[in-house]
Design a protein around this ligand. Structure first.
Ligand code: AMP
Ligand code: FE
Ligand code: FE
Ligand code: ZN
Length: 286
């Protein structure tokens, strides 16, 4: 069984439509794929309609969250995967809408600051490219590449869009403890995404993961392209101590990132634990 539980489509910052993503998953020999776009469920129906026979699709999302350190230090950006929640749950739906509005306002501020300093990015082009979906820094990066301001998306992230850049604007993301509660209240399964990926920036300590477990976290994403072997080993130990299941996934973004779909996989017995815990929606399957 080949199981990849974290992928993005063009309704957020991937480059393939949900239908194309289903084809890619099947061609790569996956048996199970989860669609986990940032802060939106807009791809669910499209993926369900395009699902090839033999492929099981787990509807999900990656929620933009923050951990507030107990010592009052600066909040740490964290990503929470949520699977099989009820998309109609009012409390969770309202928070997703707030996050998408927040993304839009923040992207517009980044673009205005870049433009004011003579970096050619066109807000109208970004709005068109996002195609009604969620907007993020990858969209701004593409616009910077198209305008010739940088030579690659990677370069844009390493310079003008880096979190230490003067143009960077943070988002007011959800407190991760409330995020976990919202996911559980909607019958969903919360899993901490790439929790120790130090290559992405600051990460949380074990105290945060313990507190998240107290709030209802059920799993840890361990095998992720951005995790080093020592980071994986630490997370695996924590999961065993805290009674959490573990997942592996590619975090596929099409051509916006170098990783292939299926590059990291989840064990079947761990998927079973996830499926058993989700009561808000059912997987799409034969
Ligand atoms: P945002 O959510 O708007 O802050 O943008 C962060 C998103 O950018 C994440 O979802 C990453 O998948 C993506 N990202 C981060 N670094 C890179 C990179 N070097 N190239 C392409 N995408 C990236
Ligand atoms: Fe992304
Ligand atoms: Fe993420
Ligand atoms: Zn992701």
């Amino acid at each position: 069984m080949r199981i990849d539980l974290h992928t993005h489509s063009s309704v957020s910052d991937g480059t393939e439509s949900p239908a194309e993503l289903m084809d890619t998953a099947r061609s790569a020999g996956l048996d199970v794929v989860a669609l986990t776009d940032h802060d939106t469920t807009a791809g669910w129906a499209l993926a369900e309609a395009a699902r090839p026979a033999g492929l099981t699709v787990v509807p999900g999302m990656e929620m933009s969250c923050r951990w507030f350190p107990v010592d009052g230090g600066r909040p740490v950006s964290v990503h929470l995967l949520a699977y099989l929640f009820d998309p109609a749950d009012a409390g969770f739906a309202a928070e997703r809408l707030r996050l998408r509005d927040e993304r839009l306002a923040r992207a517009e501020r980044i673009v205005a600051a870049l433009a004011a300093d003579g970096h050619p990015v066109d807000w109208a082009q970004i709005l068109e490219a996002r195609n009604g979906g969620v907007v993020g820094r990858p969209h701004i990066a593409r616009a910077l590449v198209d305008a010739g301001a940088v030579d690659s998306v990677d370069h844009a992230f390493a310079t003008l869009l880096h979190h230490t850049s003067p143009y960077y604007v943070p988002k007011a993301d959800t407190d991760v403890l409330s995020g976990i509660a919202l996911v559980r209240a909607a019958g969903g399964v919360p899993v901490f995404a790439h929790g120790l990926a130090t290559k992405r920036g600051r990460v949380v300590g074990d105290d945060a993961i313990t507190a998240m477990t107290g709030a209802g976290l059920l799993g840890l994403e361990v095998d992720h392209p951005d995790h080093r072997p020592d980071e994986r080993a630490h997370l695996r130990g924590l999961a065993a101590d805290l009674g959490l299941f573990v997942t592996g996934a590619s975090d596929y973004h099409g051509t916006n990132k170098g990783t292939s779909i299926g590059a990291e996989l989840t064990a079947p017995d761990q998927l079973d634990l996830l499926l058993a815990a989700g009561t808000g929606a059912a997987p799409y399957r034969d």
